[in-house]
Design a protein around this ligand. Structure first.
Ligand SMILES: Cc1ncc(COP(=O)(O)O)c(C=O)c1O
Length: 355
């Protein structure tokens, strides 16, 4: 399919890079393509970023048939634009679209569209160490019907937003609250997919936890409220007796994070033993008490590595590594960000140069 380029003639004023924060501003153009069950994908285009008309009876509003992704592009120290393992995000989105009974999409084609959009919008990528442009592909059901059914038409978008450094004041370990009332995801459900519907139900529990003074919520499994799943919008890993332990994907209830996969691959390469398995919150708290737990960190596109300094579960609270960043967390963070900013040679085929 050909991508029509119909760029916006009005260029918006760029923000001061140090005011970007997280997704406060959007670039001038976006990528759009549409699906109809009878026609397939059609009308791929790059056009002005702007509000659009949609029927109030569109299925996305009523039954939440929506999926999305989140990835970043970086200006390297050599002035080249880099993407980090983008094929994994696009593949995950395609799988999510299929689980939500939408349709599938050629991920190579979407990647080509994203690269074209990034080249057009390159002035929106902050040429600043630690900053990036956030890429948000998403797909919505546009068919109109008030009965519960899948839509027969969809719109697929990619929008861009410059984002600030996640750690402008340096990495600060977070306080996390182990949630033993609400759950995020259950076996057989859609927890392992990046569907908007997964996130709506986490907003209220997230707010309650913030009000209690914690920065993130740690989810347990739905059945027994015993096994650690993930934290906020990140995966979680523990260093216990020098081994990196992270919840396995087998239950199908946690998002298979790109950063999680990167961390596992790096740890194995560095001869750090890795265990992907069930881990009970009780084991974590025992390990914290007997001193065998040396690091806890969350992994995700936004922060790469986010160290955890304190965990609360029911009436127990434990401090991790004296609320300092551990050596494994720091090494992982440095390795990934050095690759993203072109400070280190990419020997693993994780980087795609856009231009
Ligand atoms: C629920 C959830 N878990 C984990 C992650 C981390 O995934 P990734 O490393 O692909 O960003 C995210 C963020 O995308 C998420 O939303």
């Amino acid at each position: 399919m050909k991508i029509e380029i119909n760029q916006s003639k009005n260029k918006k004023q760029k923000p001061d890079w140090d005011e970007c924060g997280f997704c406060k501003f959007y670039s001038d153009n976006m990528f759009v393509t549409e699906w109809d069950d009878k026609k397939g994908w059609y009308d791929a285009r790059i056009e002005q970023y702007a509000p659009f008309l949609i029927d109030p009876a569109a299925l996305v509003f009523h039954y939440g048939q929506e999926v999305f992704e989140g990835m970043k592009a970086f200006y390297g120290v050599d002035g080249k634009i880099r993407l980090f393992r983008p094929e994994k995000n696009l593949h995950r989105m395609d799988e999510t679209m299929q689980r939500l009974a939408m349709t599938n999409i050629d991920t190579d084609f979407v990647l080509e569209a994203i690269k074209k959009l990034l080249v057009i919008e390159k002035d929106w990528i902050p040429p600043v160490d630690g900053m990036a442009i956030y890429i948000r592909p998403f797909c919505i059901a546009t068919g109109t019907h008030l009965g519960v059914k899948r839509s027969d038409t969809y719109k697929y978008f990619v929008i861009l937003s410059p984002v600030g450094s996640y750690y402008p004041e340096g990495m600060k370990p977070t306080k996390i609250y182990v949630e033993d009332n609400y759950i995020r995801s259950a076996e057989g459900g859609i927890g392992k997919y990046k569907a908007g519907a997964n996130y709506a139900g986490t907003l209220l529990p997230g707010d309650e936890v913030m009000k209690k003074g914690y920065s993130q919520i740690c989810w347990l499994d739905a059945k027994e409220k015993k096994y650690v799943e993930e934290v906020g919008t990140s995966n979680i890993a523990f260093v216990i007796n020098g081994k990196l332990v992270t919840p396995s994907l087998d239950r199908g209830t946690i998002l298979p994070g790109v950063t999680r996969d990167t961390v596992i691959k790096l740890a194995k390469e560095w001869n750090i033993p890795v265990e992907e398995r069930d881990i009970t919150v009780e084991e974590v708290f025992k390990a914290a008490e007997d001193g065998s737990l040396s690091e806890v960190f969350a992994t995700g596109t936004a922060a790469v590595i986010s160290p955890v300094g304190l965990m609360r579960w029911k009436d127990k609270e434990v401090i991790v590594n004296e609320q300092k960043i551990g050596p494994i967390s720091q090494r992982l963070y440095d390795e990934v960000t050095d690759l993203q900013y072109g400070k280190k040679e990419d020997k693993r085929g994780w980087i795609q140069i856009v231009e």
